[in-house]
Write a protein that binds this ligand. Sequence first.
Ligand code: 13P
Length: 287
Amino acid sequence: MLVSAKDMLNKAKKGHYAVGQFNINNLEWTRAILETSEELKSPVILGVSEGAGKYMCGFKTVTAMVTEMVKYLNITVPVALHLDHGTYEGTKACIEAGFSSVMFDGSHYPIDENIAKTKELVEETKARGISLEAEVGSIGGEEDGVIGAGECADPNECKMIADLGVTMLAAGIGNIHGKYPANWKGLSFETLDAIQKLTGDMPLVLHGGTGIPDDMIKKAIDLGVSKINVNTECQLSFAAATRKYIEEGKDLEGKGYDPRKLLKPGFEAIKATVKEKMELFGSVGKA
Ligand code: 13P
């Protein structure tokens, strides 16, 4: 059964660790993440961007695949199926499609409009027992064609959004999606500290988990981050392992072209990346 992310994140905030959100793209991705979570007894959040939702033939197909896979693989750890960076319409569609968690990213709207739309979605998700993530201060980098500049959120605006009763809050603290450029200035712990002081028990979300040095991840968790999103890193490890298989000519040996063989190294590489992150985030054994 899919669960809301509320309990797992409140527990993480109290226990000073973070739950990973790993984005999924297809069956192999989903299975690799679910199996690793079960092996490590870690709660997990499966992230689905709107683009990935389209790629997988719609949010309803995704809900059906994940729900059935959880049953088929006898997954017992808490699993939340979560919309990543949803538009207002996309958020509504995922609520209808049976997602157990959604993110409405209103960070590009003026704050009053972000508040109004988030508020409406707070009512709708609460009525259905679904967790809701909101965002203040856009996250830099490119994701599904949306480019943000990586600004730092205004802590007072974070408090306004947190007070609406969202489940978790993503705030820009200089983090960006994708690989970090060589001249990246690092996370703004000053901003994070100020946000945490004003928002109290609210689990904070760190996007752009790929490429943030381990010591910064640990410090962010100390300062109240309870959910960390990782997407690109799984893509990079999948691609590298697949490249190695092909470059070594393994697809040409015997039935090495069989997709179940061809995709295996990438599948194992995703598992290894997820394991490494769960160990770093401290969520192992917390299910
Ligand atoms: P990365 O792709 O940088 O890991 O970021 C993932 C993310 O924040 C998804 O919302």
